[in-house]
Design a protein around this ligand. Structure first.
Ligand code: ZN
Length: 278
């Protein structure tokens, strides 16, 4: 945070776009007078998600037992790998103060910020913030730029509809949840990725292939070349685990601990096989 900037214009309003820890576990660094807003669905998910201490324990264990053969060691190793050198808070951080269901208008100084809940997509309650007079949209994790997206909750069709809506806004700048700022072209590229993964994945699922085997074959396909340079390409496995769960007849929803652990183990296994560039 740039102190000279916030000294002249203190933070009075903040928005948590969704319930993933990397998007709200920093809430304690905000001034206590600042009001934090999110969707009701995101607040529910924040209550239900694993607390930071549990993930810290898993990552620490992963660093120690990552070489233990089998899915438990692989899943823990993947958590340790993803955490890298990030430090998690010791206890659950401050939760948002205010929630809304579909839309909400914030006034920040003399500026209007339109909030809209477009989830469930990436998570249950994904929110975007549109600063209309500036032509800027903060997309949360509905947009990743030069970085592989993750479908955790779904349904994917809802995410595709959200991307269509964001494209129609035709903003000058889209601030993604991960990666540098983007344009409508980045939204279109993400839409292309989802179309490809959905259609190719569904063919493999129909043939009885596993998530891991499907990911292996898709990563080796010519089509994948277009996206292989995006960061963390192995996340393809995480999204496939959600898609397969849906195609197996389960309703959309946050991943169970078992599904998440299995997906992490698959991602770690494929990374160790050298399927994905690192
Ligand atoms: Zn996220």
């Amino acid at each position: 945070m740039q102190r000279p900037l916030v000294a002249a214009a203190p933070v009075t309003e903040a928005v948590n776009t969704h319930s993933d820890g990397d998007h709200w576990w920093g809430n304690d660094t905000l001034p206590s007078a600042a009001r934090i807003t999110t969707s009701a669905a995101s607040l529910d998910a924040m209550h239900e998600d694993l607390p930071p201490a549990a993930l810290t324990a898993l990552a620490t264990t992963g660093a120690l037992i990552g070489r233990v053969p089998g899915p438990v060691g692989a899943a823990a190793a993947y958590v340790a790998r993803v955490r890298s050198d990030a430090r998690f808070p010791r206890r659950t951080p401050r939760l948002p103060d205010r929630t809304f269901h579909t839309t909400h208008r914030l006034t920040v100084g003399d500026r209007t910020v339109e909030l809209e809940r477009l989830g469930p997509c990436h998570t249950a309650g994904d929110v975007v913030a549109h600063v209309t007079d500036a032509g800027v949209v903060f997309t949360g994790d509905l947009l990743f730029v030069a970085s592989t997206p993750i479908l955790w909750n779904g349904p994917l069709d809802n995410w595709l509809a959200a991307l269509d809506r964001l494209i129609r806004w035709d903003a000058a700048v889209y601030v993604p949840g991960h990666g540098p700022t983007g344009t409508v072209d980045d939204l279109r590229a993400l839409r292309d990725y989802w179309w490809w993964l959905r259609d190719a994945g569904r063919d493999h699922h129909a043939r009885g292939s596993s998530v891991r085997q499907t990911a292996r074959e898709l990563a080796r396909s010519n089509e994948f070349g277009r996206w292989s340079a995006w960061r963390s390409p192995e996340r393809l496995v995480l999204s496939l685990s959600t898609l397969f769960d849906r195609w197996n007849g389960n309703p959309p929803g946050p991943p169970t601990v078992t599904r998440r652990a299995r997906a992490f183990a698959d991602a770690e296994t494929l990374l160790r096989e050298g399927i994905f560039p690192q």
